[in-house]
Design a protein around this ligand. Structure first.
Ligand code: KG4
Ligand code: ZN
Length: 358
């Protein structure tokens, strides 16, 4: 295995993750503690609880990563840690622990931007040169960006309100999908994708396509969320459902919802491609590539729709492996690696007091 070795630590949301990578992006070890089942009980993530669970688990998760890789903290070259954006109480735990290790073992610290890490993960297993267009969709974000370098991102658009994963999670909760055993352990996005695949008539319910009049790269998901809430309330009333009963035809409902979200995402992406072509940011010389990442990229329906769009426009589409699309320590370690290889000196000279959560 090839040095450098980088440890990555991720605690921005509800997963405590750590991983160690080598130069080629080979994963020497990975360790995660998911808080998903604990948060299910409260119907969502409560920030102080998330922070407390990270605090309880961080040491074990990081030690396990070292143990699995058969390495000690002395053996690694640098520590990468997510310091933004995310839940402040969660981020602080990871950053504090990373600083503690960096001080104790005298290792350089690399602060990593969570969304940049999502964007670059695809480069770990594929030859994807800069620049490329990137669509990041998760529980906290929806971003279209032109990635020109490891730290050179040109923002084309983002969501004006909710993120798509957040909308899926809230709607799945409102639909009470968790009451059905087959969806019990799934996150909202997975449950909606799975229910959609059983639909017999995806057009049974009507959803309004957001921002259909606007020709920019902005996203909006709050309208769809309100739209669905109204439909669910009406169905509950009309069918006189008790509080723990699920609406009939929820599969068709999910399919209609997923189609609308997908259409919105695909239109915005097409718009971003057009913009990059019009301004010669992407040309025959640069090559035409789209990277789709973030938790929502696990969705095969959305991916396949984007793939069709890319085929039509002669773009190559990439997405990381599903387990790397959602939050993990690997993407943080990889971002640390890319930064380290490009700019080792900066991180060797970094002042630990300057690394803060913001
Ligand atoms: O990237 P991620 O793990 O965490 C954030 O940074 O937000 O993304 C989590 C989000 C959740 O909202 C979840 O509903 C969504 O990703 N998600 C999906 C799927 N799997 C996870 N959304 C749609 N389809 C999926 N299969
Ligand atoms: Zn994420």
């Amino acid at each position: 295995t090839q040095r450098p070795y980088i440890l990555g630590i991720e605690t921005s949301c509800d997963d405590t993750g750590a991983a160690i990578l080598n130069r080629d992006g080979n994963i020497l070890s990975e360790s995660v503690h998911s808080q998903h089942s604990q948060h299910l009980r409260y119907g969502g993530i409560i920030p102080p609880i998330a922070g407390e669970l990270h605090r309880q688990n961080i040491e074990n998760v990081v030690s396990e990563a070292f143990r699995k890789a058969n390495l000690t903290p002395n053996d690694i070259d640098a520590i990468a840690v997510t310091n933004r954006p995310g839940l402040v109480m969660s981020l602080r735990i990871g950053v504090r622990y990373a600083k503690y290790l960096a001080r104790k073992y005298n290792k350089p610290l690399i602060p990593v931007h969570h969304m940049e890490a999502h964007a670059l993960t695809a480069r770990m297993n594929n030859q994807i040169p800069f620049p490329f267009l990137c669509l990041l969709a998760s529980g906290g974000h929806c971003i279209l960006t032109l990635v020109k370098g490891v730290q050179d991102f040109y923002m084309l658009g983002e969501t004006m309100d909710d993120a798509p994963g957040e909308a899926f999670d809230k709607i799945a909760r409102r639909l009470k999908l968790r009451y059905l055993p087959e969806y019990e352990w799934m996150n909202g996005g997975q449950a909606i994708e799975c229910a959609s695949s059983k639909a017999t008539n995806p057009n049974q319910f009507e959803f309004t396509l957001p921002l259909s009049q606007y020709k920019d790269c902005q996203f909006s998901f709050s309208g769809i969320k309100d739209n669905t809430r109204r439909i669910i309330e009406r169905l509950e009333r009309d069918n006189k459902l008790s509080p723990d009963e699920i609406i009939p035809d929820h599969e068709n409902f999910c399919a209609g919802l997923l189609q609308t979200v997908t259409k919105h995402i695909a239109r915005r992406t097409q718009r971003a491609i057009q913009f990059c072509e019009d301004n010669d940011y992407i040309t025959d010389e640069t090559g035409r590539r789209l990277v789709f990442s973030g938790g929502v990229a696990c969705n095969d329906f959305i991916y396949n729709t984007l793939k069709e769009l890319c085929d039509k426009l002669d773009y190559e589409i990439f997405r990381p492996m599903k387990q790397h699309c959602t939050d993990n320590g690997i993407m943080i370690a990889w971002n640390g690696m890319e930064r380290w290889l490009e700019n080792e000196e900066t991180y060797r000279n970094i002042n630990l007091d300057d690394v803060t959560v913001d």
